[in-house]
Every structure is written in structure tokens, then in C-alpha cells.
Design a binder for this molecule. Structure first.
Ligand SMILES: Cc1cc2nc3c(=O)[nH]c(=O)nc-3n(C[C@H](O)[C@H](O)[C@H](O)COP(=O)(O)OP(=O)(O)OC[C@H]3O[C@@H](n4cnc5c(N)ncnc54)[C@H](O)[C@@H]3O)c2cc1C
Length: 502
């Protein structure tokens, strides 16, 4: 089986198929997670908004997956309290009943009961909240995670199950047999520029918002199935949300859901939902999206965040599958779609990070059926994800590496200089860079600063300042020269500029 796309969807399918004993290769055109899968709101959730839309089966499925993720990757997924502040009289009963329903649907996978809070209890949990007009609130529980770290750990799990995973391998062509069935692909090695062919009895298109381009490699006239929509998040200093709880605003002035979530000792605020013409690898936030988030967040925080408070801005493209001709992308289904073309190309798109495992299970079931291969039971429901350790072994800045944290600490014991933080604003040290190159398939400065560590997402200026020291450590590990270092720093500078508001 050849899987095109190294995001949540492709990685999940690689784990599942390899664990069921298939021979698997996964190809990613850039770095793993360069697409949408590093740019989410970082929630492992049933989706309170889908409950509002009455989509009960979707919520139940996601709540079950939320529980399985906490069980299989406890080093990366955390139970988090969300406060829905109420400023209108009807909000407490309305959201209170809705969130009790959310608890009920989670069944044995519940994260904790929701409850109604008084004015003072809300302020105790979120001291920075605007007190003027506040009536009280409702508290509920959901999950939170680090998306690109989970992705890397999933790819490591896939490798441990026998899959081969390649980054910087862009698929440029699908090959077909004399009967017209897809029987392999050709990819370009983006580092050497060489091309290589791979034979595969089953090819899966897991390229998210890019999937229509791959579908056109199969059928030139394939009608687009994706309506790309951009979501933007701002990252602010932690003091804008000084308690341990997140804020969830179910209905912004223009009808969206807004989250303010503590993440790696910062606050992520978002998101928007703006239709865009096409998916790109480095989508940029529009000025009006930044203004909208600043304005809305300002209504819920005691100090209004200003542009100068923004540490980083990131945009991601939702791979929403088109549903008829509804005008607003906010109304489209987040459920996943599996499409099989006449020549046998299997495209899996839509869904969300939380449900990646179920998407993978459904896709591999369909592939086995289609190929008339023997059905084998899906083993991923209780398959631990690389790094899984309970209790979390080494609390502190390396806790999210789970069982790998001890090995990174060994590197520091061997070379104590690797334990020094590379910037005063972020607890990221040289050992993490060396680890990323040696064990996490990092090839470029962007891979390390954006997705192996989250420096670029947390604080773009700090990431730029760290770049020369990181390039030096990487060059030593990869055996690269001065020229490589200079080019990497320049390229990263261009990418990082897109993470800063103008
Ligand atoms: C703003 C935003 C917030 C979100 N928040 C959440 C959240 O909090 N919780 C949640 O559960 N979900 C969330 N989601 C949804 C979730 O992030 C996505 O559903 C998921 O990441 C999609 O993964 P994917 O693998 O399908 O796509 P991607 O991550 O985009 O992966 C597709 C990959 O295919 C690669 N590719 C494309 N063409 C080729 C080619 N020719 N050859 C090789 N590789 C190729 C791309 O480079 C890309 O890396 C959010 C989405 C957005 C946009």
C-alpha cells in the first residue's frame, strides 16, 4: 500500500495498515505535518459546535476517539477544563443542558462532569475575564494536545509496525496497468531531485486540502471535492489567560466558535473560517482575520490584546468536503469521506484530527474489501502510540516526549551544553534539536523550529533568534557545510516572517 500525504490522515492509515500486516510506504512532499496537521486549535474534542448542529453520531464517534487518544498517547493528550462565560440570562440553562448531553454522549469515555458556575467561580478560574455584565458560566471538559508532536509519534509507531515513511518525497504521477487500474506512483526526491517509481497494489490519497490535485493525476476531469477554508490562530503571552482553564465562546458576533486555550505556557486564540481559492503550504493570515480575533478575544479578557502582544500567527486550511452548494463553509460537515475512483485510487478526506484513527480504520477496511485481501481486525483501538508512558516519566519541559524524555536527558548528561535553553523566552534546548535530527526525521531548520519543537508557533521572533544556533547543531549532525547553514537561515527567515503580523 502506498499512502500519499504525511498529515494526520496519512499517518493514521500507515499505522493501521502496517499493524494489520500490510507492506506500507508513506510519502510526504514536504515535511510531515507541513500541511494542516500542525496548524490546528490543538483540541481533542467531540465538537460542541456539532452538538449545536444536532450531529449526534459525529459527536459520539469523536468523544470515543478522544478517550482512546488519551489512553494511547497520555504524554501528549491532556484533560482540560473549558469555561463558557455567560453574559446573557438564557446562556447558563442553554449551555448547561447542552453540555450535560455532551457528558452523557461520552459515556465511559467521559473526561469529567460539566457544571454551572457562579459569577465568582468563573472569575476564580479565569481572573482576566471581563467582569462587566458577567452572569456566571458553565464548565466542561475536553482534550488538548500537541498536533505535530502526535504526528511524529504516529509516524514512529508506523515505522515500528514495519512501514517506510519518507518526507521530502513529492508524488508527481500515478501509474496504471494495461487495464487502467492504478498500480503505483512516481515521486520526486525533493533533496536530490531524482525521480523514483514505486509499485503498489493499493494507492491511498491522504493529501487533505490538496487531494483534488492528486485526484486529477488519476482522472484529469475529476470534479473538486474540497471547499478550502482558512482558519487563523494568534499566540499570546500566558498572562492573557492566567488560570488553568480555557475559554470557549460558542457564538461570536458573526456566529463562529472562538477558543482561548493555554498551550505550552502560552495562549492560543482562534479561529476564523474564511473561504479561500486554493490550498497552499504556507497560508498567510489576512489582516481582517487578525483584527477579528483580537477584537473578539478582547471582549473576554480583562486586558485587550494588541497587535504588539502577538507572538505568532498561524493559518491552516480545513479540508472540508463539499456538501451541495451551501454558501458558508462553516455549515459544511466535518465528517470524513472515502471515495474510490474507477481506477481504484482511494481518497480519504475531511474529518478532524480527533477522529484520525477511525478515518484510518474505515479506509483500511475499504481498501482490504476492494483489493479482496483477507479482512484482518483493526488493532489500533488499544495500540500505544510511540512515547506512551504512564505515569508520565519525566515531568518538566520534556514531558511531552513521554518515554523518549529519559533518552533526551541522557544526551544532556553526555554533553551538558545541550541542556542550555536556546532562547530565554522558550524552554527549548540543544538536545531536542540533536534528538529531532537523529530520531525524528528532521531535515531542515523549519522542520525543527516549527514541528519537532513548536518554537515558531509559540514565538516567531524567538524562533528567528534561535535559528543560527539551531542551524549549527543541525549542520554538525547532518554533515552540512556553511553554505547549507546560510541557506537554511535565509529560507527559515522567509517562512517565519509569515508568522508575524505586518
Ligand atoms: C484552523 C484549523 C483548526 C483545527 N483545529 C482542530 C482541532 O482543534 N481538533 C481537531 O480534531 N481537528 C482540528 N482541525 C482539523 C484537522 O487539523 C485536520 O482535519 C487534519 O489535520 C487534516 O489532516 P490531513 O492529513 O487530512 O491533511 P494535511 O495535514 O494537510 O496533510 C496532507 C499532506 O499531504 C501532503 N501532500 C499534498 N500533495 C502531495 C503530493 N503530491 N505528494 C506527497 N504529499 C503531498 C501535504 O504536504 C500535507 O502535508 C483543524 C483544522 C484547521 C484548519
Amino acid at each position: 500500500m502506498a499512502i500519499i500525504g504525511g498529515g494526520a490522515t496519512g499517518a493514521g492509515i500507515a499505522v493501521d495498515a502496517a499493524a494489520r500486516g500490510l507492506q506500507v510506504v508513506l510519502l510526504e512532499q514536504n515535511d510531515f505535518g507541513k500541511g494542516t496537521s500542525s496548524r490546528s486549535t490543538k483540541l481533542v474534542h467531540g465538537g460542541v459546535r456539532y452538538l449545536q448542529q444536532g450531529n449526534i453520531p459525529l459527536v459520539m464517534e469523536a468523544l470515543k476517539e478522544r478517550g482512546l487518544l488519551l489512553q494511547n498517547a497520555p504524554h501528549l493528550v491532556h484533560n482540560l477544563e473549558f469555561v463558557v462565560p455567560n453574559y446573557l440570562w438564557w446562556e447558563a440553562p442553554f449551555y448547561g443542558i447542552g453540555l450535560k448531553m455532551y457528558d452523557f454522549l461520552a459515556g465511559s469515555h467521559g473526561f469529567g462532569p460539566s457544571k454551572i458556575l457562579s459569577h465568582d467561580e468563573v472569575l476564580k478560574r479565569i481572573p482576566m475575564l471581563e467582569p462587566e455584565g458577567l452572569r456566571g458560566g458553565v464548565i466542561y471538559h475536553d482534550g488538548q494536545f500537541d498536533d505535530s508532536r502526535l504526528l511524529i509519534n504516529l509516524l514512529q509507531t508506523a515505522e515500528e509496525q514495519g512501514a517506510a515513511v519518507l518526507n521530502y518525497a513529492r508524488v508527481i504521477k500515478l501509474t496504471k496497468s494495461s487495464s487502467g487500474a492504478v498500480d503505483g506512483l512516481v515521486f520526486r526526491d525533493e533533496e536530490s531531485d531524482g525521480e523514483q517509481a514505486i509499485a503498489a497494489r493499493c494507492v491511498i490519497n491522504a493529501t487533505g486540502a490538496f487531494c483534488d490535485a492528486v485526484r486529477r493525476m488519476d482522472e484529469a476531469a475529476a470534479m473538486p471535492m474540497i471547499a478550502p477554508s482558512q482558519g487563523v490562530h494568534l499566540v499570546l503571552p500566558r498572562e492573557f489567560l492566567s488560570g488553568d482553564s480555557a475559554i470557549m465562546v460558542p457564538h461570536t458576533p458573526d456566529g463562529r466558535v472562538m477558543f482561548a486555550v493555554p498551550w505550552h505556557d502560552h495562549v492560543v486564540v482562534g479561529t476564523t473560517d474564511t473561504p479561500v481559492a486554493a490550498a497552499t503550504l504556507e497560508p498567510r493570515a489576512q489582516e481582517r482575520e487578525i483584527d477579528f480575533i483580537l477584537g473578539t478575544a478582547g471582549q473576554y479578557m480583562a486586558r485587550r490584546p494588541a497587535r504588539s502582544d502577538i507572538l505568532s500567527v498561524f493559518a491552516g486550511i480545513r479540508p472540508l468536503v463539499k456538501a451541495g452548494s451551501r454558501a458558508s463553509t462553516a455549515a459544511l460537515s466535518r465528517d470524513h469521506t472515502i471515495q474510490i475512483s474507477a481506477s481504484g485510487l482511494i481518497t480519504t478526506a475531511g474529518g478532524k484530527w480527533t477522529t484520525y484513527r477511525k478515518m484510518a480504520e474505515d479506509t483500511v477496511n475499504r481498501a482490504l474489501e476492494r483489493m479482496t485481501w483477507p479482512q484482518r481486525p483493526c488493532p489500533t483501538g488499544d495500540l500505544p502510540i510511540h512515547g506512551c508512558s504512564l505515569p508520565v516519566e519525566e515531568p518538566g519541559p520534556l514531558a511531552h516526549y513521554g518515554s523518549d524524555a529519559g533518552l533526551i536527558n541522557d544526551l544532556i548528561r553526555e554533553r551538558p551544553a545541550l541542556g542550555t535553553p536556546l532562547h530565554k523566552s522558550l524552554p527549548i534546548c540543544g538536545a531536542q534539536i540533536v534528538w529531532a535530527v537523529r530520531h525524528e526525521m528532521a531535515r531542515t531548520l523549519d522542520d525543527v523550529l516549527a514541528r519537532r519543537t513548536r518554537a515558531l508557533f509559540l514565538n516567531a521572533r524567538a524562533a528567528m533568534a534561535m535559528a543560527p544556533a539551531v542551524a549549527e547543531l543541525m549542520a554538525a549532525e547532518l554533515g552540512r557545510d556553511e553554505n547549507w547553514r546560510k541557506k537554511q537561515i535565509a529560507t527559515f527567515g522567509e517562512i517565519a516572517a509569515g508568522f508575524l503580523p505586518e
